[in-house]
Design a protein around this ligand. Structure first.
Ligand code: SF4
Length: 675
């Protein structure tokens, strides 16, 4: 008999350890597969449908297994939730005395050295900063972990944190006068000693890709690695396997060098001239952008960021940029030389010398064309500046190499890994073709709890004003009025968010009971909290709201998706991946674009039903879902909701008694959805 059966029983120790637990066969099946994978050092890919309870399904086997474990979650918020809520509960239920720790990236810990320096300098850019800074100083005297998430008086995204946290480039390491008190160093020591460590994907990938977070190596010491929300891993790993250099970093180097040079080596050189040359080169780069009005910083219709591949530049433009980059290289080299010559005069000068060398190497790497490298060179523009990147378009070999480096078990889980029951796409992306796979079905009764509407007729989804057209379709307003609870309007672009929010302003005038929330009005967690507590709000957002949002109950009753979430075709990294796919004789649309859109769509739709008692409607305003072969393939990946193409039926369904029988017309699948 399975050693897990008693633990997961409806009256077992987990059930007795707290509220809200009930036995779910899918959870036990998943836990048993994980226990086996841990004991045999296997690689397991598991999809756990919503409500399976995947967190307990991996925590229990991990606590029973011998050896050191790492759990990686997608975000810091999930990391805290796991560490503060789920992990102590299972530890208590099982009566185990494991040493556990949580570790985040360095930007999450107060840096005592930089805090002291900022206090001495006392210069603030914004009027509010002095007050916020004083709150951080008070926090520094009270905290035992230095985790900035504990400092509720200062918002996490406040720019003032940059004065009190470190980066890899500005940390003095062992030369730091605060080294023995450093919160980051202490957190890393606790992590090294823990039996079970909770990290996030960014930290895991930094460790995997660069091993340069200054911490040494997380992965080599682990016997088991569990990657939760694993669907997010390929994107994050790609980012960390990239090399980049930004005007922000160059500007920071010039600024710090000027201040430190004047303070500790005033006689060594004309620091204003040296640093000014770097700043001037950056200005020239920025002004080169204005020669292409479509790429003006911050002016992109696609949102706050705009991307351009090096290959998309004309020969003349490439030459212009090559000259600009060489100009920066020369200024950087001159600065580096003086910093290196004076490195022994102060630890800060040594640190800046090393940083200038690294930036120079990254700049050189960007300019070197290596056809065999399987990467793409591109530039990103935002209101903060320009970033030059070299990104691999294929990470399978690199990831596989890491997995094979040392024998250990790898468990990758998510609610969205498979497409129409198959894991091929995810397996290919990470080189995990030989991994074991498992699907643990959701315990929810989607046929009864949810309805999927693809209205008929619908405008062409390729129109730039598609969402505005959708919201003007006959019957849509009546449908929205029939929804008593909250509404999520998930858009595929920032432009669509803009159009939808214009429409919502007018709509709200006639519906004062609705609270309208739009992405960007406030930080994401604050918007979600307002949405949750209001109970009948309308939230309009793009990609960051498609996943990781959990609003059970009537507070989220309708999810409206503007169209199928295909990645923007002009993205230089996607273009390189498509070209690579085609070069191998594979149809890139079916092999790459459709599966990736299917996973994202599944995430978006997955916001709706979060518990056994939830009931709600999903509207996908894209006729391709019902009318094309690839659309129907994506449809097969979604929860098995009742379906209709008639708005009237959806209104009827919303108004029906949730405990009564399903409207007769919905008990059979609509023939228009059948392939
Ligand atoms: S060691 Fe680095 S992070 Fe720690 S206090 Fe010093 S500068 Fe800050």
């Amino acid at each position: 008999m399975s050693p897990l059966k008693d633990l997961f029983d409806g009256s077992g120790p987990i059930a007795r350890s707290g509220e809200g637990y009930c036995f779910r066969s899918g959870q036990l099946k998943l836990a048993e597969a994980i226990l086996e994978a841990l004991s045999q050092q296997q690689i397991l890919l598991a999809e756990a449908g919503t409500g399976v309870g995947k967190t307990f399904a991996y925590l229990v086997p991990l606590m029973l297994a011998s050896g050191k474990s790492i759990i990686s979650t997608a975000t810091r918020h999930l990391q805290d939730q796991l560490y503060e809520r789920d992990l102590p509960r299972i530890k208590f239920a099982l009566g185990v005395s494991l040493q556990t720790a949580v570790l985040k990236g360095r930007a999450n810990y107060l840096c005592l050295y930089r805090l002291d320096r900022a206090r001495e300098q006392g210069r603030f850019q914004r009027p509010d900063d002095a007050h916020l800074f004083s709150q951080i100083v008070t926090f520094s005297g009270l905290t035992s972990t230095g985790d900035i998430a504990e400092c509720s008086a200062v918002p996490e995204q406040s720019p003032v944190w940059a004065m009190a946290t470190s980066t890899r480039e500005n940390c003095l390491g062992q030369s730091c006068p605060q080294f023995s008190e450093c919160f980051l160093i202490k957190a890393r020591q606790r992590a090294a000693e823990a039996d079970l460590l909770v990290v996030n994907h960014h930290l895991l990938c930094a460790d995997m890709a660069l091993r340069d977070e200054g911490f040494g190596e997380l992965l080599p010491s682990a016997d088991h690695v569990v990657i939760d929300e694993a669907h997010a891993l390929p994107e994050i790993a790609t980012e960390f396997f990239s090399q980049s250099v930004s005007t922000q970093a160059l500007s920071g180097l010039a600024r710090d060098s000027l201040a430190v040079g004047l303070e500790h080596a005033r006689d060594a050189a004309s620091w204003p001239d040296l640093c000014g040359a770097v700043e001037r080169s950056i200005m020239e780069m920025r002004s080169a952008l204005t020669e292409r009005p479509d790429r003006d910083i911050g002016a992109s219709a696609a949102g706050p960021h705009s991307r351009m591949g090096w290959d998309q530049l004309s020969a003349k433009e490439q030459q212009r940029w090559t000259d600009l980059l060489q100009g920066i290289g020369v200024a950087l080299l001159a600065l580096r030389e003086v910093l290196s010559l004076n490195a022994d005069r102060h630890a800060e000068l040594a640190r800046l010398a090393a940083f200038s060398l690294e930036l120079h190497q990254r700049l050189e790497a960007f300019q070197t064309h290596e056809p065999a490298a399987m990467d793409v060179r591109w530039m990103e523009f935002s209101r903060y500046g320009i970033t030059l990147r070299r990104t691999p378009y294929e990470i399978a070999a690199r990831f596989q190499e890491e997995i094979n480096r040392q024998p250990k078990s790898w468990i990758l889980l998510s609610a969205t890994l498979a497409i129409a029951g198959r894991f091929d796409h995810f397996q290919r992306r990470l080189g995990l073709e030989h991994a074991k796979t498992l699907i643990a079905e959701s315990p929810f009764d989607f046929q009864r709890q949810g309805l999927l509407l693809v209205p008929h007729p619908l405008p062409d989804p390729k129109r730039p004003d598609h969402i505005s057209q959708v919201l003007q379709q006959p019957g849509i307003l009546e449908l929205l009025e029939a929804v008593k609870g909250g509404i999520f309007l998930l858009c595929t672009s920032h432009r669509a968010v803009g159009h939808a929010s214009q429409w919502a302003t007018q709509w709200a005038a006639a519906h004062p009971q609705r609270l309208i929330l739009v992405q960007g009005q406030a930080p994401r967690p604050a918007l979600i909290e307002q949405f949750r507590s209001h109970g009948a709000a309308l939230l309009i957002g793009s990609h960051s709201f498609w996943e990781g949002v959990d609003v059970p109950g009537e507070a989220l009753s309708l999810v409206l998706i503007d169209k199928l979430p295909f990645a923007p075709p002009d993205d230089p990294v996607l273009q390189a991946r498509l070209r690579w796919c085609e070069a191998q004789g594979v149809d890139s649309f079916s092999a790459l674009q459709v599966p990736e859109a299917a996973i994202l769509l599944k995430q978006g739709v997955g916001r709706l039903i979060r518990s056994e008692s939830d009931r709600g409607l999903v509207v996908i305003a894209d006729r391709r879902l019902a009318e094309t072969g690839y659309g129907r393939r994506m449809l097969r990946s979604l929860p098995n909701f009742a379906r209709t193409r008639e708005i009237g039926q959806a209104v009827q369904w919303l108004q029906a008694d949730p405990h009564g029988p399903q409207p007769l017309s919905l008990t059979q699948p609509s023939p228009e959805f059948e392939s």
